[in-house]
Design a protein around this ligand. Structure first.
Ligand code: ZN
Length: 545
């Protein structure tokens, strides 16, 4: 009887939606993560192979090219010019308190990034330091840490995370990190204000990672999209400082770090200068431009072709790098993000077979996620289809190739209709939503959907669940921990014949249904009233009928 009712359930399921094939998913991941693809580094031979494979698969699925218009016709790709920035030669840093000059060590005291504002030389003497609290300007929360403070020619010293992280209660989601808490926001805000630089005070708990992470990611080669006005996005100096050194500088400047931090947790906070404390810096920056590609395929909508639903995933990984203990130098990126791209291709195949929906659907495989969400950033800054009439974005990054689960998640936490719709849809797939267990880490701001979200487009990154039908949460946690420790961003993130792809084949039905509903409807999902991206969406409301 059990077998019969199971069969009946499967038959009913098949009738309601397309089938997703584990063998094809496995094959796509196997090809994309093969040594031949050299870890899919942007602007390498691995990119050429990857892009060719994606185009071939999209063509076979019956989709149309959705990329740049070349000679009046859409091509399959969007050119993504990227700037590559590297500090050349010594980094000379020193701090003065008016009495003594103390040299500082790059990477140990301060971690300074290669400048991305267009300068080839960062060189200044005795720049004043101004503490700006959390550096937040949030009109929808009636919060302004700057109070008109002029930052021209000055270095803004700023705290990481947002004003209610420490107390766990307030206007910024309590422990959860809003975008105002993320380091990218601090850099962007100080650039908007024309500051000479941003110096973020590192503290492990509110940053959610240690100084080593700060040091490794900031003193490395940096990448950014090529911008028309780079100085509007980057101040000349972008840096982090060790907490103990910051506390000492505050003291020498006549200030009490802990007391000021308390004040910074209130609306009344006012910026304050560290008296007589100044910083000097000198370092050269070399810059080059490389060109990578986003791949875009499209189903043209039957009745509202100018309205677009986007499925996305990043095709790039880390390429060839330092060898591991076995001497393997190829960072294959099978899970990260061969799985997301395989999912994107399977969804494209399903859409290719079905009648065209009312609205257009774009399948976007972006580049350079691993260099800082740059392919999606470039698309969002130079959209192939207007963002105002982009209904929503469903991104997929590093999915589980393992067994069926009872739950699913998204990257980070956010309040938006798109998530509510996904949670409702999930019930039909017997999946329960598992909220972000670490909202203070700001994971919502670390995946490609975020490039869209910060410009107001409703966007999420779907994530696989951890409560396995066979083995429960214990088995799921074991798989996750094993991946994080042994494979994540390592040459050993390789395809395995033992992967069942059962979770993906099942969950893709839900993601198909979510996108299909959006593409067949006239609705425009939005953000919750108090979400920090609501205002950006509402600003273009007139363009949506
Ligand atoms: Zn990655």
């Amino acid at each position: 009887m059990l077998a019969l009712s199971l069969l009946a359930a499967f038959a009913a399921h098949a009738a309601t939606g397309p089938e997703f094939d584990a063998k094809r998913l496995s094959q796509d991941v196997k090809v994309l993560s093969s040594d031949e693809f050299e870890g899919r580094g942007p602007n390498t031979a691995g990119e050429t192979k990857t892009v060719a494979y994606l185009i071939e698969q999209f063509k076979a699925a019956g989709l149309k090219p959705g990329g740049d218009v070349v000679k009046g016709q859409r091509s399959w790709t969007q050119d993504v010019p990227l700037g590559r920035f590297e500090i050349k030669g010594p980094v000379t840093l020193s701090v003065s308190d008016g009495k003594t000059v103390q040299p500082l060590k790059q990477g140990d005291d301060l971690s300074v990034r290669a400048a991305m504002n267009g300068s080839r030389l960062v060189d200044f003497k005795n720049a004043p330091l101004v503490f700006v609290g959390y550096g937040v300007n949030a009109p929808e929360r009636k919060w302004d840490d700057f109070k008109g403070q002029d930052l021209k020619g000055k270095l803004a010293v700023v705290l990481i995370n947002d004003p209610d992280f420490e107390t766990g209660e307030g206007d910024f989601g309590g422990k959860a990190m809003t975008y105002y808490g993320r380091w990218t926001y601090k850099y962007e805000e100080m650039a908007r204000r024309g500051a000479l630089g941003t110096i973020i005070v590192h503290e492990t708990a509110p940053a959610s990672y240690g100084w080593n992470t700060v040091k490794n990611s900031n003193t490395n080669v940096m990448y950014d999209i090529v911008r028309k006005k780079p100085a509007e996005a980057h101040a000349p100096m972008e840096a982090w400082i060790q907490r103990d050194l910051a506390v000492d500088l505050f003291k020498r400047g006549g200030l009490d770090f802990e007391a000021l931090k308390k004040q910074a947790q209130t609306r009344d906070f006012k910026p304050v200068e560290l008296k007589n404390v100044t910083l000097s810096a000198n370092y050269a920056v070399s810059a080059q431009v490389i060109v990578s590609k986003n791949v875009a395929a499209r189903i043209v909508g039957a009745s509202a072709p100018k309205e677009t639903v986007i499925y996305s995933g990043h095709w790039d990984h880390l390429g060839v790098g330092l060898p591991d203990a076995k001497g393997d130098k190829i960072y294959n990126g099978a899970v990260d993000n061969g799985t997301g791209i395989a999912a994107l291709l399977e969804l494209a195949r399903a859409y290719g077979k079905a009648p065209a929906p009312a609205r257009s659907v774009v399948f976007l495989a972006v580049t350079a996620e691993e260099k800082g969400l740059l392919g999606s950033e470039y698309y969002s800054a130079n959209p192939l289809y207007p963002l105002a009439t982009t209904v929503g974005v469903i991104n997929m990054d590093a999915l589980s190739p393992h067994g069926l689960t009872r739950n699913f998640t998204i990257s980070g936490s956010a309040k938006l209709d798109l998530l509510d719709e996904l949670i409702a849809k999930a019930k039909q797939w017997n999946l329960v939503y598992k909220p972000d267990p670490k909202p203070e880490a700001g994971h919502f701001f670390r995946s490609d959907h975020f490039s869209f979200a910060k410009r107001g487009v409703p966007a999420i990154s779907y994530g696989s669940g951890d409560d396995l039908v066979e083995g429960g949460v214990a088995a799921g946690k074991k798989l996750e921990d094993d991946y994080t420790t042994n494979n994540y961003h390592q040459p050993s993130d390789e395809w395995s014949a033992s992967w069942t792809f059962a979770s993906m084949t099942h969950d893709l039905g839900m993601l198909y249904a979510l996108g299909r509903d959006l593409a067949d409807s006239k609705v425009w999902p939005n953000w919750a009233q108090d979400a920090e991206f609501r205002a950006a969406r509402d600003a273009t409301a007139a363009q949506r009928k």
